[in-house]
Structures are given as C-alpha cells and as structure tokens.
Design a protein around this ligand. Structure first.
Ligand SMILES: Nc1ncnc2c1ncn2[C@@H]1O[C@H](COP(=O)(O)OP(=O)(O)OP(=O)(O)O)[C@@H](O)[C@H]1O
Length: 210
C-alpha cells in the first residue's frame, strides 16, 4: 500500500506562510480529511501531496511499503478530483472517459464497465448518452469526473472539495466511494468543509490558516 509522509512541511507564498511545520503520515487504507477555513491552505496541501507544488521547507515522501517511490512512479498511481478539472465540452461522457482513461488503463473501457460506472456515480444513461459534456449540469460534470476517478485504478485519491456542486445523494456517493476505496487499500486525502465528509474520515488534519 502507498503511504505519504509529511515531515515538518512549510509552504509560503511571497512573504506569507500558509502551512508551517506540518508533520503527518497518511496511510493506505485510510481516509484523511483536511479541514480549515477558506484560504487556510487545503488546496495547497493537496497540490503538495500531488507533487505539483514543492514545500519551501521539510519533506514529503511517498512509499509503497518500505520502498520510497520516485515522483514519476508515485504520480502514475495517483488521481485528483479538483474544481480545476474540466472534461472536454465537445466530447460525450463516454468519449471523455475513453480519452482520460487511455492514459491510465491498459484495457479499453468495456460497455459493461461504462454502464457500471454511470450507475455508481448516479448518471442515468438516458441523461448523458448522445450528449456533449457542454450540455451537462455542473453536478453531472462532477459525477463524470468521479467516474473517471473510479475507473483510473489509482492507489492514491486526492479529492479537493469532492462534494461541492453535488446534491445530497451525490455527496453520499462521495462518502461511500471514499470509504470503499480506503477499504480496498487506497490512500484517500480529501479537503473539505463538509461535516459529514469529515465525520467519515479516519484522521483529520486541521489547518488554522495564517
Ligand atoms: N500560487 C499562489 N500564489 C500566491 N498565493 C497563493 C497561491 N496559491 C494559493 N495562494 C494563497 O495561499 C492561501 C491558501 O490557499 P488555498 O487555495 O490552499 O486555500 P484553501 O484552504 O484551499 O481555500 P478554499 O477553502 O477557499 O478553497 C490563500 O491565501 C491563497 O491566496
């Protein structure tokens, strides 16, 4: 299982320290919530966890068991859900899934798996088939992003406000899938201000904002 260790991690932007001296170990098989007010550094922490941002001080080390993973190998095993992601508007749900998953899966998406994914994320085939993503509601696009995540086979899930733009049923799908993923050995790190998502987590990193 993949684990991620933050050792005395500090991140500054300009002269401003956003995260200071953070130490934590995130283990495969667990859900960790990152909470804190707007601007407290939750997205920054997730970007550092994805190695998209470097800390100014301290270290972040990914391991598989005892073995340290290099950046490329770690990256190949992680998936991110973020509001910054946009599916291609002129492609259908199926075409987007085929496109994004072509980087991640050895095998093409079968019809059966496609149907199963839609069902898991609560997208009715009748509502999406034959439609381009630009015709989707915001929540439908979010659910499609989750379908891409579920099919990615990633070991590390970095979820930035995964319940945002989802209705109660969608938010409950997020909590259920995060738990199933952790039960299957995945490392799940989610930034949230949703009390129910926080309650579902096994551990919590609370950022004070600086
Ligand atoms: N690239 C950047 N350059 C300068 N400042 C940045 C940059 N990225 C983030 N910040 C600042 O760092 C702080 C933390 O931002 P971040 O997006 O991590 O907060 P957050 O907790 O995710 O906020 P929210 O709940 O609003 O999404 C904010 O003050 C933000 O303005």
């Amino acid at each position: 299982m993949v684990s991620l260790t933050f050792s005395d991690v500090t991140k500054r932007f300009g002269g401003r320290t956003v995260i200071e001296g953070l130490s934590a170990t995130l283990a495969g098989g667990t859900v960790t919530a990152v909470t804190g007010a707007n601007g407290s550094g939750k997205s920054t922490l997730l970007k550092m966890a994805a190695k998209l941002l470097l800390p100014d001080a301290g270290k972040i080390v990914a391991r598989d068991g005892e073995q340290e993973l290099c950046k490329a190998s770690y990256r190949s095993r992680l998936a991110i859900v973020t509001p910054e992601f946009h599916a291609y508007p002129k492609l259908t749900a199926r075409e987007n899934l085929d496109f994004f998953l072509s980087f991640r899966r050895a095998e093409a998406l079968s019809d059966a798996l496609y149907e199963q994914l839609l069902e898991r994320v609560g997208l009715a085939p009748g509502a999406v088939d034959g439609k381009m993503v630009e015709q989707f509601s915001t929540g439908m696009k979010k659910r499609l992003h989750f379908a891409i995540l579920l099919a990615s086979e990633a070991d590390v899930w970095l979820l930035d406000e995964p319940g945002a733009n989802l209705d109660a049923v969608g938010r409950s799908m997020v909590r259920r899938e995060a738990r199933l993923a952790a039960d299957g050995g995945k490392l799940v790190l989610l930034a949230t201000n949703d009390r129910e998502e926080e309650a579902e987590a096994d551990a919590c990193i609370s950022l004070s904002g600086r």
